[in-house]
Ligand binder design. Structure first.
Ligand code: ADP
Ligand code: MG
Length: 710
């Protein structure tokens, strides 16, 4: 395929970095000082955006965009499909004398009205009042996208109904960030911090993905329609040699990555590290962390850009959680921490007694939040793709646990049980007075099996699905931690000696929630038993996980912190179950189609030829050793019969599913327990047949083609 023409020698990275982003430096340069300062205050949440300010910003944005070749603008939003949506309008405005001028008003910047009645709303809108509107999110920079259609100005927005209900992934995320800000500030104030003005959850997602040859992708209906292979016998070689992980990056892939980086850097997205992952043809891209909502937007752009750039290179990027059975799937490592506007990382142990105390307190807030809301965290990562990973035979398990590392765990254990801990400079550790011993980044700190690991100055939540917006998991994380911080704040605000109170909170919280701490191997079967003993939830699949959304404790949490209303939660519950039902239905129908139109005919014709050959040989000589061929033919015929039978069963289940008129939960359970289970049976026989039928007859590319070709 074409080698990308990007040459970073003649086009140094700093010269292109962020050129397509209406970022802070562009705004400072192009906006009048007063307007710029006002906008900054809006971004900090200190004041509301006025139309006057918006007018000036819109004009500057328009000029900047037009200079760079833009003809259109779009409000860009994230409906509950998990994807992004956009509707393009041109800047042109005809004049009376037949010319046009390029216009973009403050109103057009701050509010859009996409006719978006077809997006899922879960009953929040009836069709006659279907319109929602999009509102500019001032914190993610507007950006330009260049593609075959030209250059377009993208305005990141939130999508709400006319009555103010959230219709997207962004609104709750912003609300959860606000909740965390509010409660964390209370705690900081109680600890004597008077300088930090805002607390911001930070996020640095690591995106895993596969690349396959586009020409091969196009030959597989399953990849095209469902994003994963529904069939495929294991190739002679899988990932057992571990020779792909961190291996050298092949030239064609390197070329793709170069162009991907180029596109992302132009958008001001800090693609930082890239490497080969565990499975063959699996890769990872990490961006540098930033505020959660911005990181979430940028991750959407990373995923989109991956797909776009891949197709320019004759490749297809697979973002599905489990494109291939038998090799590792893909996830997103959600590196998460809490920072202040004046640069303090609240999960950094630091060097001073004060920082240590602060760290221990916030760390315990996370611990308690994860233990209390483990089922919600699990829910936030549930989708039909992740069902193949979580709790299946690969990482991470469906059980949420926290890795703290041996050193930190030991310190907390001793503290909680009143045993002395040696302070860094000798003597006994006294929280807030003396310094914590150093926490060495020992090898176990690299425990890759933990679903929620402390990694030195942040937590890494590793259950997050690769194909989805990172909004959901972060909404839960931010809100759960906000709730615990509100409890801590209450205690600290009324304490006469806050330092002593911190010490008490740390000890009590650790003691009460240490059952969630697990530093061992999360893949070991013994852990499942141990976790059960500890009373940790082990939720097996998406459907059961989604039932958490409408449980009273969940509604209480989100309503209290103004992240979701009860109606919003109920609508999401419906939308996500509906989506699951549709996904399984599409997978099942694709499977049936592939069996009936591709696999079964190919197998029959192979059977015919095999049978013909055997009978011809019989005619030539009765003494030919045909027993083994006959046995082979018999197995073929049996497998073909079983395949057809199992496919029939699946067909009738799909039909039954279509007529399901009971409640949505039992419909979803039917899809999971009957339809999805029946799909496994069909696959078993098809995969067996693939190992028996000649390669040139098999109607689509094999796993070896898809995984090892590039
Ligand atoms: P590792 O190799 O252990 O996964 P890295 O240092 O490579 O760790 O970081 C992985 C990701 O974590 C990167 O995206 C990085 O930006 C992010 N990260 C680092 N610090 C923070 C933080 N304070 N908050 C959120 N994410 C962070
Ligand atoms: Mg990582």
């Amino acid at each position: 395929m074409s080698k990308s023409a990007i040459d970073f020698a003649s086009t140094p990275v700093p010269s292109i970095y962020g050129i397509n982003s209406f970022n802070d430096s562009v705004m400072r340069e192009r906006l009048p000082k007063g307007i710029y300062r006002e906008l900054k205050r809006v971004q900090q949440g200190e004041t509301e955006l006025t139309l006057e300010v918006a007018e000036v910003v819109a004009a500057a944005m328009r000029d900047w965009a037009i200079e760079r070749g833009a003809t259109h603008f779009t409000h860009w939003f994230q409906p509950l499909t998990g994807l992004t949506a956009e509707k393009h309008d041109s800047f042109i405005s005809p004049t009376a004398d037949g010319r046009v001028i390029m216009e973009f008003s403050g109103k057009e910047l701050i509010k859009g009205e996409p006719d978006a009645s077809s997006f899922p709303s879960g009953g929040l809108r009836s069709t006659f009042e279907a319109r929602g509107y999009t509102a500019w999110d001032v914190n993610t920079p507007a950006f330009l996208k260049e593609d075959q259609t030209g250059v377009t100005l993208y305005i990141p927005t939130a999508f709400v109904s006319y009555t103010g209900e959230a219709l997207d992934k962004k609104v709750p995320l912003l609300r959860s960030m606000e909740a965390l800000n509010k409660q964390a500030l209370r705690v900081l104030r109680a600890l004597g911090n008077t300088s930090s003005k805002r607390v911001i959850p930070t996020l640095g997602p690591e995106q895993e993905y596969f690349l396959v040859e586009k020409a091969l992708f196009d030959k597989r209906l399953d990849l095209m329609l469902t994003g994963r292979t529904l069939f495929g016998a294991m190739p002679p070689k899988g990932q057992e040699m571990e020779d792909h992980y961190f291996g050298y990056i092949k030239e064609r892939i390197a070329d793709f990555m170069r162009e991907l980086n180029y596109e992302l850097w132009k958008l001001g997205i800090s693609a930082k590290t890239q490497h080969n992952e565990v499975a063959p043809n699996q890769f990872e891209l990490a961006t540098i962390f930033t505020a959660s909502s911005v990181a979430c937007d940028w991750n959407q752009l990373v995923m989109e850009t991956m797909k776009r750039v891949a197709s320019r290179h004759g490749l297809a990027a697979l973002l599905h959680e489990k494109p291939f059975a038998g090799v590792n799937g893909s996830g997103k490592h959600n590196n998460w921490s809490i920072g202040t506007d004046d640069g303090i990382n609240l999960l950094d142990p630091g060097d001073s007694p004060h920082q240590n105390a602060q760290f221990l307190l916030f760390c315990m807030a996370v611990l308690k939040a994860v233990d209390t809301y483990a089922a919600l965290l699990r829910m936030s990562c549930a989708n039909s793709g992740n069902d193949h990973r979580l709790g299946a035979n690969e990482a991470p398990p469906a059980i949420v646990s926290v890795f703290l590392g041996d050193s930190l765990t030991e310190i907390l254990e001793k503290l909680a049980s009143g045993k002395p801990v040696e302070a860094r400079n000798g003597g006994n550790l006294e929280i807030g007075v003396t310094t914590l011993p150093r926490l060495p980044k020992d090898l176990t700190d690299r425990n890759r099996t933990s679903p929620f690991a402390f990694t030195g100055n942040k937590f890494e939540f590793r259950m997050v699905p690769s194909s989805e917006s990172v909004a959901g998991p972060n909404v839960v994380l931010n809100t759960a931690v906000a709730e615990v911080l509100s409890q801590f704040a209450e205690r600290l605000e009324s304490a006469t000696d806050p330092t002593r109170e911190v010490e008490k909170i740390v000890k009590e919280t650790y003691q009460a929630h240490k059952r969630i701490v697990f530093n061992g191997n999360n893949y070991a079967p013994e852990w499942i038993k141990e976790a059960e003993k500890r009373g940790l939830p082990n939720i097996p699949n998406t459907v059961e996980a989604l039932t958490e959304i409408v449980k009273p404790y969940c509604i209480d949490l989100f309503v209290k912190h103004k992240v979701f209303t009860k109606q919003e939660l109920e609508s999401r519950y419906t939308i996500y179950l509906e989506r699951y039902i549709k996904q399984i239905n599409i997978e099942a129908r694709t499977m049936i189609n592939m069996v009936n139109k591709q696999i079964y005919p190919a197998v029959l014709s192979f059977i015919k030829d095999t049978a013909d050959t055997i009978s011809q040989l019989k005619n030539i000589s009765a003494s030919y050793p045909l027993g083994v061929h006959e046995a082979f033919l018999k197995t073929l015929v049996e497998e073909a019969a079983a395949l057809k039978e199992k496919t029939h069963e699946l067909e009738s289940l799909v039909e039954e599913g279509g007529e399901h008129d009971s409640d949505i939960l039992s419909h979803a359970r039917f899809m999971r327990n009957k339809v999805f289970a029946a799909m496994g049976e069909v696959r078993k026989h098809a995969d067996k047949l693939e190992t028996m039928v000649s390669k040139d007859r098999w109607p689509f590319p094999s796993y070896a083609d898809l995984l090892f070709r590039l």
